[in-house]
Design a protein around this ligand. Structure first.
Ligand code: 5GP
Ligand code: ZN
Length: 111
């Protein structure tokens, strides 16, 4: 199992922000901003590049979860960034699709 599959399964501990049958959200271990939460599908999908049309509902749900968490942690009003890195050139270090929800400060384009 990949690292994030292990986190989703609860085999590796994480500080959870949200979870349901389809997705898990947890605090990044090396936060790049005051708020830095990762939103992942429970099912292993390597990256945005390997999504299929069958994942449309899941992807919408991941964004809905992002909105809910953003409101809960208090960044919805001031704004935040959702990022998903794809592959080597983007610096994707964990090969399991994840949305970074980053905020809590004014973000520069490179953070
Ligand atoms: P990527 O670089 O693939 O876009 O993002 C992977 C993210 O996962 C990084 O921001 C990194 O800090 C985070 N990360 C890596 N290992 C762990 C871990 O074991 N626990 C948590 N909570 N975050 C992790
Ligand atoms: Zn995985």
């Amino acid at each position: 199992m990949c690292l994030f599959c292990e986190i989703a399964a609860g085999n590796i501990p994480s500080k959870k922000a949200y979870e349901d049958e389809q997705v898990v959200a947890f605090y990044d271990i090396a936060p790049q901003a005051p708020v830095h939460i990762l939103i992942i599908p429970r099912r292993h999908i390597e990256s945005a590049q390997t999504l299929t049309d069958g994942d449309n509902e899941l992807l919408c749900h991941m964004f809905a979860v992002a909105r809910k968490i953003a409101a809960e942690v208090g960044v919805a009003e001031n704004g935040y960034r959702l990022i998903t890195n794809v592959g080597r050139d983007a610096g994707q270090s964990v090969p399991h699709l994840h949305l970074h929800l980053i905020g809590g400060k004014t973000l520069n384009w490179n953070n």
